[in-house]
Design a protein around this ligand. Structure first.
Ligand code: ADP
Length: 720
């Protein structure tokens, strides 16, 4: 009799124990069905104690499911991540076992194939069937349709052995990458970088390398070499490449295809269930060798993962903010450490955390200095809005307009960057001053002119723009305050009535197809002026774009969170980096009211090192990440009173820990979301303090009303 502990994909604190006959041969990682109360639930075996008589009193394992066991490294990672993030391990396991159907052999379908035997009686109809069957293997009904004959004729050919039935898997294995191919001829700098990362891959074990080079310097070409090297290590060696945006996957896919002759396996939230099943099965089996995906791909049960590449490692979308809250880049490094594999972090504007790790020698710092080929960095200039203001009620200073006009005159393209969707961030009643707010979050509703609606960008709530003020009932009294991309478009059209102008934001390009289409038109010079939100900052390469105007560089600084300066620097320099990526020299103008802020000075001088040196000094002095640790706890309740009471109780129960500061409770900046009143605690701790253990101990001490929700965010990025 064995004692078997099973972890279920449910928010339970730990695995449950069962008994199983030793003859069942249950091993850790196997998929089983076991009872919880009166329900039968699928789970994964987390531990086995052989020949434990005490198990006799336990409930029995109901069934062992087929399919490869969850590898030990995945189980270790689940346990580690659950502890680190202070989440039930089952919540993380659910992210590993993402396609339950994939445990079973794939469904098949039947086709008919010619055997080469000639039937005894070769009628005209039979000949037609054989001719069609030779063209393509299809099922009997389709074959008789194509040969324009009855199903009896087809059946006759099967009976006499001229056709044979074949069972074809719906999920065939993916073709293997062709490792005999070679990449582009690398420049000396690229070659040196490639050799360094490839040597680390060959050495094996845990390494992290920061691949640091301006946009266009060939980081992708270099990491493709490391990918090739890792795939060559072993016949089932696997590589995972994480990208921040699904919209970027297609471009990346074609580059991988060009390099390895096969399309990588894709994994993100939008892939259909059948593709998911196939991918999961092949990843577990070690036959899917090259996986390109979004952050959730990190949790899949790779059989033999050797390399993880994180492209645009600084991108905030690696932080998952809903459900299980995690930072995929950080977890990838942890996963690699547990599984002894290599990580490449690629960025033109690395996160401060990563730069510090590189400076301290924890990560190798591999630099790619110049742009590939003749392309030079753009000239960047600040436009002080106090000195050269736009006209009243407008947003573009004359300098910005002139910059774009010059580019257009040369037959080149211009980009205006405005990181706000919609038309105007605030709708105000001229008669009574009423501000249109979201009923769910108390935040301002953003006017969208194209859709005629007012939208909450946090929750997606939207309503038609009312005809009259709901407060004072004055008709047509609304005025729009501040700009969004749509309003900038209006202004650009006034200046350039002849130009072909488009908006690039998640509203105008809601899916991958729309993004591809717009990017293609921009590449083909079918657009003169693009007006975009941060979506344009990511990875796109427009050969004829030579002017970038940043309409409001101060916008990102207004949030007041820890990374505001860093984010502004990253975004604006990435946007400015869109200009002049090819033979033509680019120019970027940055509008700001704060030209003396260090971040603006650094942008103008394109002096990343100076900017980061100043940021790093500030963070170090304040004990902020990476020199200290942060965590947030958000308490939410359906009434204000309950939220106050619950957070007060929590505050009183907090353990006192040396080297750890607890701030709060305070109303969260977004104090109400969807009827839930929110209170925040912020925890700052010295590096040596085990913040996760503190949070777990704290959570263990409090019993709260069942309507109260407590959300723990380890290493927070959002301070709302
Ligand atoms: P990054 O990832 O740093 O932005 P990429 O690897 O995407 O840079 O390179 C930018 C562009 O330059 C791409 O179109 C790429 O194919 C091209 N490129 C880079 N290095 C080379 C090379 N050695 N030979 C030919 N083309 C290159």
């Amino acid at each position: 009799m064995d004692k078997v502990s099973v972890l279920f994909p449910l928010p339970l604190p730990e695995p449950f124990d069962y008994r199983a006959a030793s003859a069942m041969g249950i091993e850790p990682g196997m998929h089983v069905i076991a009872p919880i109360g009166s329900r039968l639930v699928r789970g994964v075996v987390w531990g086995v104690e052989r020949n434990n008589p005490a198990a006799a009193n336990l409930k029995a394992i109901e069934e062992v499911l087929p399919g490869p066991p969850v590898p030990e490294i995945s189980r270790t990672f689940v346990d580690w991540a659950a502890k680190y993030l202070v989440r039930p391990p089952g919540d993380l396991m659910r992210m590993v076992v993402r396609s339950p159907d994939a445990l079973f052999p794939p469904p098949t379908y039947t086709v008919l194939a010619p055997t080469g035997e000639t039937p005894p009686k070769l009628t005209e109809a039979r000949a037609r069937v054989l001719e069609e069957a030779a063209k393509e293997q299809v099922n009997a009904a389709e074959l008789s349709r194509r040969a324009e004959t009855s199903s009896a004729v087809v059946k006759g050919l099967v009976d006499c052995g001229a056709l044979v039935k074949l069972e074809i898997s719906e999920d065939p294995p993916y073709p293997a990458p062709d490792l005999s191919r070679t990449g582009k001829d690398l420049s000396d700098i690229q070659q040196a970088a490639a050799e360094e990362v490839c040597a680390s891959v060959r050495a094996g074990g845990f390494h992290v390398a920061l691949l640091d080079g301006v946009t266009g310097s060939g980081k992708t070409e270099v990491y493709l070499e490391a990918v090739a090297e890792a795939l060559k290590l072993e016949p089932d060696a696997q590589v995972l490449v994480l990208l921040p945006e699904i919209a970027l996957t297609q471009a990346a896919m074609s580059r991988f295809n060009a390099r390895f002759g096969v399309t990588p396996v894709e994994w993100h939230s939008a892939i259909p269930q059948k593709a998911r099943r196939r991918a999961w099965r092949e990843i577990t089996a070690g036959r899917a060798r090259l996986v390109v995906g979004a952050r959730s791909a990190l949790f899949l049960p790779y059989k033999n993962l050797k390399l993880i590449v994180i492209d645009e490692e600084h991108d905030p979308s690696y932080k998952q903010e809903e459900g299980v809250i995690y930072q995929a880049r950080d977890l990838a490094v942890a996963r690699a450490k547990l599984g002894e594999c290599m990580v490449i972090l690629a960025s033109a504007t690395p996160s401060l955390e990563t730069l510090v790790n590189a400076q301290l020698g924890r990560y190798a710092h591999v630099k790619l200095a110049a742009r590939h080929g003749v392309a030079e960095l753009p000239d960047v200039e600040l436009v002080d809005l106090k000195d050269s203001p736009p006209e009243k009620g407008k947003w573009l200073s004359p300098k910005l307009v002139r910059g774009a006009a010059e580019a257009l005159l040369r037959g080149e393209q211009a980009l205006f960057y405005m990181n706000r969707r919609g038309y105007a961030p605030l709708t105000l009643c001229r008669a009574c001053g009423h501000r249109m707010k979201s009923p769910e979050t108390e935040s301002w509703l953003v006017e969208h002119k194209y859709s005629g609606r007012l939208v909450c960008h946090l929750t997606g709530f939207s309503m038609p723009k009312p005809k009259a003020c709901p407060e004072c009932l004055t008709p047509d009294s609304f005025t729009s305050i501040g700009p969004g991309v749509e309003r900038i478009e209006e202004e650009v059209r006034e200046h350039f009535p002849e130009a072909r102008i488009e908006i690039f934001s998640s509203d105008t390009t809601p899916n991958g197809d729309a993004v591809r289409d717009l990017v293609a038109r921009m590449e083909n010079n079918e657009i003169d002026i693009l007006i975009g939100t941060q979506i344009v900052a990511k990875g796109h390469n427009f050969p004829n774009l030579t002017f970038v105007g940043v309409v409001d560089a101060d916008l990102g600084l207004k949030g007041g969170d820890l990374r505001a300066g860093e984010r502004t620097f990253q975004l604006v320099s990435q946007v400015a980096g869109r200009a002049g990526r090819h033979e033509k020299k680019g120019r970027a103008l940055i509008q700001t009211y704060a030209p003396h802020e260090p971040v603006m000075q650094a942008l103008a001088a394109q002096d990343r090192d100076a900017f980061f040196a100043a940021e790093i000094a500030e963070r170090e002095a304040a004990g902020m990440p990476p020199y200290g640790r942060l965590a947030a706890v958000i308490v939410s309740a359906p009434s204000e009173q309950l939220a106050n009471e619950a957070s007060k109780t929590m505050g009183e129960k907090a353990p006192i820990v040396e080297g750890l500061d607890l701030w709060g409770p305070a109303p969260a900046p977004l104090s109400v979301i969807r009827g839930m009143h929110r209170r925040r605690f912020l925890i700052r701790a010295n590096r040596g303090v085990d913040v996760s253990a503190f949070l777990a101990a704290w959570a263990g001490r409090v019993k709260l009303h069942s309507a109260v929700r407590v959300q723990i965010d380890v290493d927070p990025y959002s301070f709302l």
